[in-house]
Design a binder for this molecule. Structure first.
Ligand SMILES: Cc1cc2nc3c(=O)[nH]c(=O)nc-3n(C[C@H](O)[C@H](O)[C@H](O)COP(=O)(O)OP(=O)(O)OC[C@H]3O[C@@H](n4cnc5c(N)ncnc54)[C@H](O)[C@@H]3O)c2cc1C
Ligand code: SF4
Length: 338
């Protein structure tokens, strides 16, 4: 068909859309600022809801990158502008042209050091959920900075989500199920470990998520309804955490070996500047605004510019893949009419 589609972002959303559009006969180029494709999902170890290794999913998506679709790695798109009937993209001092654009720039992890009272970056055994994924991938279990195996671990939900103080009022959707999945993995890898999940509400919305919650309870994970007020360091890297059990209204102090902060999904850095060149604006939470919540979830209000994946808000891999396929159809319809 000879028409060119540029995809910004080579995470699961960008890769899936690229595969679909190349199959439809378009010339597709994915621009990825990292040296490797796969986005965040490439960093996870085992995925909820079924403990599948993430590399199986990423390898499958990558296997179609054979020239069309093509991928340009270590290539961050800095500006996009309209150029007559086409779009002009700038990266590394070079200009590229396209007939349609897919924004698939994903998300950033909430920077946990912004919740200073939780001690991330100050106390060595306060880590993030993303760092725990790395530990599972590397050692198959969490490890304290000293090299010892932790015996008591607390997972803190809603870090950088549902929190007006850090201007993140929205729910990040995937951190409850990630926390439950990781709690189960801790129990499986260190059977005598004590594991506590401190939550505000448990949002187990997806297929199989509630089953994971039941499994965690059966394996002895303790769920406490309460928000962490602060963490401080005790001897030998142990931590004291303070909260209130909001079901019993009792203040609670607990010493643990490791605290895992379930960091939320924040808008990708640079995306709002990128879309500004196309006359688009972020929504109130900072993610890319879509044309119609129900009927056109992968369209923007700019003609020829489409979106997929977590750049429009927190989501899981299934949602990203579905959105990518939907965006591919929308792009096909748009280019067929041109
Ligand atoms: C701790 C954690 C664990 C999770 N575990 C699971 C799980 O087990 N199962 C599950 O279903 N979901 C899980 N998720 C959700 C999953 O990670 C997301 O749904 C998925 O990563 C979204 O894919 P994406 O392609 O939209 O975004 P991303 O993965 O963020 O990919 C976007 C890509 O765009 C690139 N990019 C951004 N800006 C530019 C630019 N200007 N130029 C070029 N490239 C750019 C980025 O480098 C990145 O590679 C988890 C999320 C978190 C936070
Ligand atoms: S999914 Fe759970 S942990 Fe994440 S923001 Fe929503 S309620 Fe909080």
């Amino acid at each position: 068909m000879g028409k060119d589609v540029a995809i910004i972002g080579g995470g699961v959303a960008g890769l899936e859309a690229a595969n679909q559009l190349a199959t439809l006969g378009y010339n597709v180029t994915v621009f990825e600022r990292n040296a490797q494709p796969g986005g965040h999902a490439a960093k996870w170890d085992r995925l909820f809801p079924n403990q599948r290794h993430s590399h199986e999913v990423i390898d499958s998506l990558k296997s179609h990158l054979n020239g069309n679709p093509a991928i340009m790695l270590s290539t961050a798109i800095s500006t996009i502008s309209r150029n007559g009937q086409k779009f002009k993209l700038d990266a590394k001092g070079r200009a590229f042209e396209a007939d349609a654009i897919l924004i698939a720039t994903g998300f950033e992890l909430f920077p946990a050091e912004r919740k200073e009272e939780y001690g991330y970056g100050i106390y060595e055994n306060v880590i993030t959920s993303a760092e725990l994924e790395e530990m599972f991938a590397k050692n198959g279990k969490p490890t304290m900075k000293s090299g010892e195996t932790p015996k008591k671990i607390a997972f803190i939900h809603c870090v950088g989500s549902r929190d007006e103080k850090v201007n993140k009022p929205y729910c990040s959707k995937v951190c409850c199920v990630t926390a439950v999945k990781q709690a189960i993995e801790v129990k499986d890898s260190i059977p005598n470990a004590e594991v506590f999940n401190l939550y505000m509400d448990l949002r187990m919305f997806g297929p199989g998520y509630e089953d994971l919650y039941k499994e965690a309870q059966q394996k002895g994970v303790t769920f406490i309804r309460g928000r962490l007020s602060e963490a401080s360091e005790l001897d030998e890297g142990r931590l004291l955490i303070k909260t209130e059990d909001t079901l019993s209204s009792c203040p609670l102090k607990m010493s643990v070996d490791m605290v895992v902060l379930m960091v939320g999904m924040s808008p990708a850095i640079g995306t709002s500047e990128l879309i500004a060149g196309l006359g688009l604006h972020p929504n109130k939470d900072g993610f890319v605004d879509i044309a119609d919540q129900h009927l056109y979830p992968t369209n923007t209000t700019a003609e020829g510019v489409f979106v997929a994946g977590a750049c429009v808000g927190p989501n899981n891999i299934t949602d990203s893949v579905n959105a990518a396929r939907s965006a591919a159809i929308e792009i096909h319809q748009y280019l067929s009419k041109k």
